[in-house]
Design a protein around this ligand. Sequence first.
Ligand code: FAD
Length: 345
Amino acid sequence: MTPQTIAVVGAGLAGLQVAARLLDAGLQVTLLEKSRGPGGRCATRRSPVGPFDHGAAAFQARTPAFRAAVAEAAAQGLLQAAPAGQRLLDPEPSGRPAWRGAPFMNAWPQALRERLVGRGLRLLTEATVRGLQREAAGWQLVLAEETARAALGDARFEAVLLAVPAEQAVPLLQPHDPAQAAALAACPSAACITLMAAWPAAQPGGPRLLRPAAGPLALAFRQDAFDAGAVGCAPTRWTAHARADWSLSAIDTPAEALLAPMLQALREALGDAAPDATPVHAVVHRWRYAQMLQPAAGPCGWSAARGLGSCGDGWQGTSLADLPLDGLERAWLSAQALADRVLGR
Ligand SMILES: Cc1cc2nc3c(=O)[nH]c(=O)nc-3n(C[C@H](O)[C@H](O)[C@H](O)COP(=O)(O)OP(=O)(O)OC[C@H]3O[C@@H](n4cnc5c(N)ncnc54)[C@H](O)[C@@H]3O)c2cc1C
């Protein structure tokens, strides 16, 4: 029997997509997100000097289903063609077209959120799920925040779907479905240290994208290329991601202490094109779980008997095990697969 009351944990692309499918099928869906807004790692950080896409900055679409979804979002003006080489894991650009948000990466998840809320989604933000309790009346969620607890009340759910990074899904799954937890526990994510920095003067020339062959940085790109001339935005803004090994070694260092080495790495990578001035804005974000390098085999996790499932980029998203898919495509595909399982399709 199809469960009717569903809690989805995590409002990244996977959580939004599985919520969309289940709402469209007429189920009651509550979406809980620990941050203030949706998008997860499909992220755009607002700042006094303009936005930075500090998570995924581009992705490919390889499967027909995801290509169709991407084409629809592009037709709505939510996605645009990405400059070559802007995917983080793209050491040898394949020539295959890539996509990015229009103008910023969180445009697509934001639009999904608005559509879902308009269709009756119950969305609780700043609601961190700490644990799951199975009772005769259904699943109860243990929340960290007092306000979120008050908003959720004593709601019970027939099914809980976890759409959070694999490492964060494992402790929630472990007490109830050790096999599903074990599948995700075998797949650790790579960390990523990300610098967002801005300079006051325009730099019309110079590189727009760097992939340094050596040093801490894997990828850096001119963020202002996507909103050139926008009011209130600093005219020269860089987003720079460190390599996975450097990031792992630095992940427990306070973010402020990583500013100097990351700025220095960007200056070295830019060489003669490095801005002379001191940056007017510089922030480091530490992604402990940035990219899943070896996802769990299979489309998603689902136990119909327990009413407990998982989706997101921790899963391959499809039964085509050898297809190298980007994280965002896996997240979307696994959400589709989980919605199919819940709906018994
Ligand atoms: C720096 C960086 C670069 C990347 N580059 C690329 C790229 O080039 N191409 C590509 O395709 N992908 C890239 N990725 C990966 C891509 O962003 C992810 O694969 C994708 O966004 C995963 O989506 P998701 O919905 O599975 O998870 P997420 O986007 O992580 O969403 C999970 C959500 O769950 C929330 N959450 C977590 N725990 C809880 C809890 N206990 N309670 C409530 N909410 C919770 C989180 O706040 C988050 O909003 C990159 C990621 C990073 C960080």
